[in-house]
Every structure is written in C-alpha cells, then in structure tokens.
Design a protein. Structure first.
Lengths: 108, 866
C-alpha cells in the first residue's frame, strides 16, 4: 500500500466533510475509500491522526453523537476556517495543475 | 484557541484523549465488523478482519499523539520519566552522583553569597556613580588623604564647583539616656543637605531641613530597637542630656555608608565654622553631565585659587568616588577561601565525570539494544543529555538545600570584619547563578555518553575507545587524589595554627575575669582627682560584693591593640632625639589591675597607697621585656623613664617594679615593651574605661547585673557596654583562624571522600570489566589473594602521581598563604607525611573493597556468560 501524503488526505477529509456534512470516523474512512478506490488503498486507521491534525489546526470540530446503529461515536464537521483553508488549497492545486498542463503541452 | 494552545492542552490531557481515541477506534472496529458480518463472515472472522483493516493500533495512537500534541514536549516528558526510572534503578550511582554534585553546588552557593557579602556591598544610593568624597591632600606633610576642616568646607561651598550638592558630616558618640540603661550610640552630625546629596529618601517621616533644631533621624536598625512601629516620628530622645525629636527613619541601605544609629543636624556657630581642625568628611554629588575628569580639574583650579590664603599652603583637593568604599576585603581570608572552593569544585567535577564514565561503559548494552530497535542516535543522545541535566538538577537542588541549612552555621563562624551575617543572603540571584552553573555542567557531563551514542558503531565501544575511557578515568582519579591531599594538608596546617594560637602564653590568668566598658565622658573625667574618686568608690563597692576578688580599671584590655608611645630611658643620651625613641605600649591602670588580671610580679612592687597623694613621686611599672632590654643587669628599679624624648617636657617617672610580659595586641604578635602608669598620676587623653573584675569561680553571669548596679550607684549616667568575660575576648581573637580551619577542614573532608569514591570507582570498574579474565585466571590456578593484591597495586599506581602532585601543590599554596599560619612553617615535613600516609591508607581501603570482589568471582559462572 502506498502512504498518502498528509496534505492530500487532509484535503480529502475536508472535502468530504464539506459536501456530506458531519461524519464519524468510520463513515469518513469508508467514503474516502470509495473516492480513492483503485488509485490507492488506505488502512482505515490512518484517518485518525489526520483528523487530530485537522482539529488541532482548527479546521474541523468534533463532538459525541449517535451512529446509525445507535453506537456512541465521535462526529467531525468542517468549520468556517476549514472551509476557507479548503478553498485556498484547492485554488492552489488548480493553479499547479494548469501550470503542469501548460508544461505538458509545450513539451509534447 | 490557537493551534499551540490546543497542543499544550492536548499534552496535559493525554490520558483522556488517549482513552477517547481508544473508544473511537473500537467503535470503528465494531462498525466494520458488523459490516463484515452482514456480508456473511462469522463474528470472529469479521472482528479479525476489522482489526486488520484498521492497521497497526500502536502506530495510530503514536501518530495521533504527534498530530494533536507537542511531539518535542512529549519526547522530553518521556525522556524525563525514563531518566528517573534509570536513576532509581541504579541507586548507588545516583546517590553518589547527587551527593557529589550537592557538595559542589552547595560550596558554590556558599562562596557566592560570601563573596557577594564581602567583596561587594551594594551601594543603594540613586546614581551612586555621581557621588564623590572630597579630601584634602597635604603636599608639605605628605598626607595623601586628610579630612577637611569646617572652614575648608565653607570655603569650598563659596567656590563655583562641579557639584550639585556638597554636604559634610562627622562622627560622634552621643549618650542616650532616658528609660533603661544609659547607652553610647553611634551618631553622625550632618549638614542639612546631607540626605539630599545621597538621594536616599527616608522610609518614614522626612529629611532634616534648614531651620531644624534639636531633631534627629534614626537608622533602620535603631528604629527596630525602638519598637519598629510607625509612631516613632515625633518621639523624643535624650542625647547627651538634650531632648531631640525624631523626625524620620532612614532605610536599611544607609548601612552601606555608615553604621550610625542617629543623625543630628550640625549646629555650629560662626566661630565653629571657622575651625581649622581636620575632622569632617565632605561628600558631593556631581552636576549632571560633568565627568569625573572635568570635576577633578575644576577642583584643582579651585585649590590653586585657594592656595592664595596662607591656611591652604600646599593643600590640594582630591576626589574619590564613593563606590570605591563599597569594596571591603579581608584579602587573605578570601584568598584561602576561594582557593579551597575552587579545589573542591574541581574535585567534585572530576568525581562526577568519573562516575558518568563508569556508567557509560555499563550502559553499552542498553544503548546497543535501543539502536537495534530503531532509535536514532539523536534521540538516544537527547535522552542521555536529559538524564544528565536531570541528575545535575537534583544535585543542584540538594546543594542549595545544603547551603541553606548550613547558612546559620556559616554566619555564626564568620569573623566580624569579613561580613555581617545579615549580608549572607541566599536569594534569587544566587539560586539562578547556581542553577545556571548546574545546567551547564549537566549538559557537559552527559556529553561523553551522548557523543558515544552518536558516534559509536552500533552503539558499541571499540576496544580503543574503552582504553581511552579507562585512561581518562585513571587520570581523573589521580586528580581527585591530588586535590584531596592538597586540601587535607592545608587544613592540617590551619588546624595546627589554631591549636598553637590557643596555646599561646597570654602572660596573665584569663579565667574568671569579667570585663565591661564604662564610657566615662572625657568632660567629666579628664581631672585625675575626679576619676580617682569614681574609681575608689566603685572599687570599694565592688570588693564588697561576694565572689569578687579584685577589681580595677584599665585603658584597654589585653589583646585589643592599645596605643603605643615613644619613651626615653634616663641615662641614654641618644634618646634626646624624638626620631630615635623606642616605642612601647602604655597602660593606665588602677592599683589592683595586676591582681585582677593575674599578671606576675617579677621584681619590685606594683602600685599601692604610696602613690596616691598629689605630691607623691611619679612612678611606673614596666614589663620584663623592657627591663631586660634597658637594664640587662637586673637593676630596673633604679631606673627612670619618661614619655617622649629625654629632652622633652614630660616628667621622669621612677620604675618601681617589673611585671611579666602580656600579649597586648594579638595572639600571634610578639611581646613588646610595656609601661604601666597609675591612673591617679596620669594626665592625658587615655582614660581608663575598661573595668576588669576577677570573680574567680563565682558565676559571672549572675554577678554582671550586680556589678552594673554598683557602677550606677556611683554615677547613674555612665553607659555600660561590652559586658563579656575575658575568655570571650581571647575567643574573639581566635575567630578568624577557627573559621578558616573549620571551613577548609570541611572542604578537605569532602575532597578526601570524593577521592576515595573515585578510587573505589576505578577499581570496581576494572574488576567488572575484567571479570572474564579474572575467572579464567582463577580457573587456571591463580591465587585469589594475589589477584586482590594486583588490584590494590593498580589503585596505588593511580594514586601515587596524585599524592606527589598534591604534596607539591599544597606546599606552593602554603607558601602563598604563609600569613595565615602561626606556630608552624610551610616546610614542616611531618604534617605532609602524616596526611599523605593517611590518604594512601584510605586509597588502599577504598581499593580493597571492590578488589575482594574480584577474589570472590566464580569462574564457572563468569566464563559461561560469553
């Protein structure tokens, strides 16, 4: 399995939470698996350190809640600061992609 | 909440956050397992797969911690916990290291406070660098610094000088009467701008102002003696018979300049301001922006201008910064002190380095294992350094506690001229300095093992490295032995000095004598007849007290450095010249003095009723030294002596008796010629003020109040001070030597202990390292006894250079410190030999203990451990 660079995993989590709303760790891991299916395999546990990092930086918040099967689970949601961070990061990525596309066009 | 704040909180809440993660992960696992079960797997398989999917639990938790907290802090806390555990496991090492470090840090702290109290007294006046003392320099008589006169002060004030303020003061000793016993105070008469010049505001009340009369400012300590309450302002004090009102209290900082209890405004009339007697001290505060150099040239110009007046012929004006007076030294004692402490510190550093090196070798295995399971060299080094700092922190803390505990003892032993006990403060400054020193030495001490962790191949000490470390240890131990021997020898010499001092022949019988200082005011008692009346009445009353054998008065007590006078002997023509007169000590005494002090009469008689009358022949008693010097034939009682040159004005006095020599100045000073005059016949400055009462075996403490009562019943205004036995006077003379001997002695003890510990360490290390070799040799038939001998011999080989160097170093030190010795010379070989032998025996014992373990090695077990 390949390790996911921290930055990308963080963005994926933020994106997922942004579009799907509050999720618990299991749900989040599942969703990311679906998104990244084929391109990489992720051991589900790695989502937790990433969540910790995001929470320390204030981009997500967490609280206890009840899962579908009425289990006690911790739910994570994106904050306003997180949304801002996500937007600027994605913008950055788009710029990088455009630049690389330009390069590719030139060299081919 | 910033990320940093969240991280700190996360570290503090580690257990809760770990628990929460645990819960989350098991919930996650549960949900995953349920899913697998719904897909058809058995519950057991489902759970197993779920766990696998989640990944390595330990690394998840670790990464979670790193992500949410402060990895650095985490590592530090981990290191500290690990360090504490390791230290606790190896108790012997930890205890030894902490004791050694405590000794070093404690000595450091003690000396720092001592040095601060003696070498530098804080000068608490605002902008103290602008304060100067103004002196006269007499170029004609060759006097470099002389007190100016009131007239000179006035003339200086009139000139345009570089000073913002110029003030003057002189010392006095007013008698305080009123409730309680009459008391002599230390006082200063000051100009009204004195305090303003210093810039120190009163802590209560106000300064003296122009126009104040019959007022007084009191010092902080005197205020406390008055009760230390706020109502002191306005109270009345009767000084020299006049009532003064207290208007203010000066803070304790005034002690830096003067030990006065009271300050009173100068009340000179016009006539007194014209006095040309040199007894006042002038201080000034420079105007802003004026440098010392330009102030000096300004004063030169002024003195040149003043030299036009005949009173100032050849007089210059000099300026000295007042802060120069802040340094107070008793240089030789401090030198001895500092040298010993440097030696002790060196010894303790060597010891700890030794111990640490020993541990390094022992921890080889542990470091190897840690490297093997993936710890980075940096991590290991960090942990070792943390451990080193932890160890020194504990040692430093123990040392500071030790210093604090010993401070009262140190203060009690302190000679009064070195520092006052109040100045010995173990405050924040000291603590920070010692802590800093501790931190640095901690980092340095762990450098060796840390470096080894970084550079060793797989954490393994190569053979070469081992030899280097072994050699280093041996060298360090030699150093320890040398230091131990040096301090031991110096301590032995100082101890011998003290012993000799206590054995000095005083020339009198010091036991059972009570002394008191009666401050008879010169005004009342400059008339011999008046004095005689007082003495007669007092002696009669005192003799009536039960237990009193004899009572007398004298100008100075023996051992308190009385003054010397030039004298001439009849029949010696050269003694007409003042410049060629011999000098002797002058004692003015009442007739019973010799009996009270227990001084032997060698020939002739001492003073009695024949010498009472107004017209009786002037008589003197001399001591043996004087008699033998000038009348070697033994006919001293036929000679006559005069104060001053034989051609001078004094009267010739008949020598009526010769008494034994007495130590007048100090225990270590030789006998000198002495002249005794009877009080009744003496006219002059020196008034007998010290009362000596021989009480024999009676309880002197009980008699003292009775004696005081008798004094006051004769004259109730006489202040009585310095009530002590003559034994106390002798003891006071011993204080400096005792202090030095005890201090150096305790350091020596510590240094010797360290040296012994060092030897023990070296031999123990050697035995442990060579246990296989020993086992082999025993198995091959070597005698255990000869093995023990070999190790002991090894220790002696290590110690011998140390003993040699230590002896040489001690000799050099003693030559430098010769002034401190008495009754023993630096070349006294016996002391060196005894100390060296003692230390050698100690070394052998310290080596025997681990060496005997070598003999007890079980070859089978040791050889199997390959």
């Amino acid at each position: 399995m390949t390790d996911v660079p921290y930055g990308t995993l963080d963005l994926m989590i933020l994106r997922v939470l942004d579009s799907l709303g509050p999720l618990h760790g299991f749900g989040l891991a599942r969703r990311i698996e679906q998104i990244a299916a084929g391109t990489l395999t992720l051991s589900q546990g790695t989502v937790y350190p990433a969540l910790a990092r995001l929470e320390t930086n204030g981009w997500i918040a967490s609280e206890w809640g009840a899962s579908e099967s009425n289990r006690r689970a911790r739910f994570y949601s994106i904050t306003r600061a997180g949304r801002k961070h996500l937007a600027s990061e994605l913008a950055g990525w788009r710029r990088s992609v455009a630049l690389v596309n330009q390069l590719l066009k030139e060299t081919s | 909440m910033t990320p940093w704040w969240r991280r700190i909180v996360a570290v503090l809440r580690r257990p809760q956050l770990d628990a929460r993660l645990e819960e989350e992960i098991s919930a996650h696992a549960g949900m995953l397992a349920s899913e697998y079960e719904s897909r058809g797997l058995s519950p057991g398989e489902a759970r197993a797969r779920a766990r696998r999917d989640l990944g390595n639990a330990t690394s998840i938790v670790e990464e979670h911690r790193d992500a949410r907290g402060l990895p650095g802090l985490d590592a530090l806390l981990q290191d500290l916990a690990y360090g504490l555990r390791t230290l606790r496991k190896d108790r012997a090492f930890t205890a030894a290291a902490i004791i050694v470090l405590a000794l070093g840090a404690g000595a450091n702290a003690a000396i720092y406070t001592l040095a601060r109290a003696t070498l530098f007294r804080p000068f608490p006046f605002p902008r103290a660098d602008r304060l100067l003392t103004v002196w006269e320099r007499d170029t004609i008589r060759g006097i470099a610094e002389r007190n100016p006169s009131p007239a000179a002060y006035r003339d200086w004030l009139a000139e345009p000088g570089p000073f913002k303020q110029l003030a003057a003061y002189f010392n006095a000793a007013p008698t305080l009467t009123g409730d309680g016993e009459p008391e002599r105070l230390a006082g200063q008469f000051v100009t009204t701008n004195f305090f303003e010049t210093l810039g120190m505001r009163p802590q209560a009340g106000r300064w003296i102002e122009a126009g104040d009369a019959r007022v007084a400012m009191v010092s902080h300590s005197f205020w406390q003696r008055m009760g230390g309450r706020a109502d002191v302002v306005g109270r009345k004090l009767t000084l020299d018979g006049e009532t003064h009102t207290v208007i203010g209290v000066m803070p304790d900082g005034m002690r830096a300049l003067s030990a006065a209890d009271v300050w009173i405004p100068i009340t000179f009339g016009a006539e007194e301001w014209k006095l040309r007697d040199n007894f006042i001290t002038v201080i000034g505060r420079l105007k802003d922006g004026v440098t010392l150099g330009s102030a000096r040239s300004r004063m030169s110009a002024i003195s040149a201008h003043l030299r036009a007046q005949p009173a100032y012929t050849g007089i210059d004006i000099t300026l000295t910064p007042m802060t120069a007076h802040a340094v107070r030294t008793s240089r030789t004692t401090m030198l001895a002190l500092l040298t010993t402490v440097v030696l002790l510190l060196a010894a303790s550093c060597a010891s700890v380095a030794n111990l640490v090196l020993a541990r390094t070798a022992a921890r080889e295995a542990e470091i190897r294992v840690r490297r093997a399971i993936g710890a980075s060299p940096g991590r290991i080094a960090r942990q070792l350094i943390t451990e080193g700092i932890l160890l020194t922190a504990l040692g430093t803390l123990a040392g500071l506690l030790l210093a604090a505990a010993l401070k009262p003892a140190l203060a009690r032993l302190l000679p009064a001229d070195l520092a006052s006990p109040a100045d010995l403060r173990l405050d924040l400054e000291v603590i920070l300095a010692i802590a800093a020193a501790g931190a640095i030495s901690g980092a340095l001490l762990s450098a060796a093992p840390a470096l080894q962790a970084l550079h060793g191949e797989d954490g393994q000490l190569r053979a070469h490295g081992r030899n280097v470390i072994g050699g280093l240890r041996a060298a360090l131990t030699s150093v320890q032995v040398a230091l131990g021997l040096t301090t031991l020898i110096v301590a032995a010499f100082l101890g011998q000095t003290l012993l000799r001092l206590t054995q000095v022949d005083l020339g009198l019988r010091p036991g059972g004598i009570l002394t008191m200082r009666l401050d008879l005011s010169p005004a009342r008692f400059s008339n011999p007849a008046e004095r005689a009346r007082f003495h007669d009445a007092l002696t009669m009353r005192l003799r009536a007290l039960p237990g009193v054998e004899a009572a007398a008065m004298v100008t100075f007590l023996p051992l308190t450095d009385p003054g010397r006078v030039g004298f001439s002997v009849e029949g010696r023509p050269e003694m007409a010249d003042q410049a060629r007169l011999p000098f002797g000590r002058l004692w003015v005494v009442t007739p019973d003095y010799f009996r009270a002090m227990g001084i032997n009469i060698v020939s002739g008689r001492t003073f009695d009723d024949r010498d009472r009358g107004q017209s009786s022949t002037p008589v003197v008693v001399v001591n043996r030294q004087l008699a033998e010097r000038f009348w070697p034939n033994g006919d001293a009682t036929r000679g006559r002596i005069k104060r001053g040159p034989s051609s001078g004005e004094g009267t010739w006095s008949q020598v009526i008796g010769v008494v034994g020599d007495v130590r007048g100045t100090g225990l270590d000073q030789p006998f000198e010629p002495e002249i005794y005059m009877v009080d009744r016949q003496y006219r002059g400055f020196f008034v007998p003020r010290d009362l000596v009462v021989r009480v024999g075996n009676a309880d002197s403490a009980a008699l003292a109040p009775a004696i005081k009562r008798e004094v006051w019943s004769v004259d109730s205004s006489v202040p009585i001070s310095r009530v002590r036995s003559f034994g106390d006077v002798v003891d006071a003379n011993l204080v400096p030597s005792r202090f030095r001997a005890l201090l150096v002695g305790s350091f020596a003890l510590a240094a010797v202990a360290l040296a012994a510990a060092g030897i023990y360490g070296v031999v123990a290390f050697s035995v442990a390292r060579r246990s296989r070799e020993i086992g082999l040799r025993i198995a091959l038939g070597a005698q255990r006894a000869s093995l023990v001998r070999q190790f002991v011999a090894q220790s002696l080989r290590v110690a011998l250079p140390g003993l040699a160097v230590g002896t040489a170093a001690a000799f050099i030190l003693l030559m430098l410190l010769q002034k401190l010795l008495f009754g023993v010379r630096p070349g006294n070989a016996a002391i060196y030999a005894i100390c060296a032998a003692f230390l050698a025996v100690l070394v052998v014992i310290a080596a025997l203990i681990p060496a005997r373990r070598a003999a007890a090695v079980n070859p089978a077990r040791v050889l199997r451990l390959d």
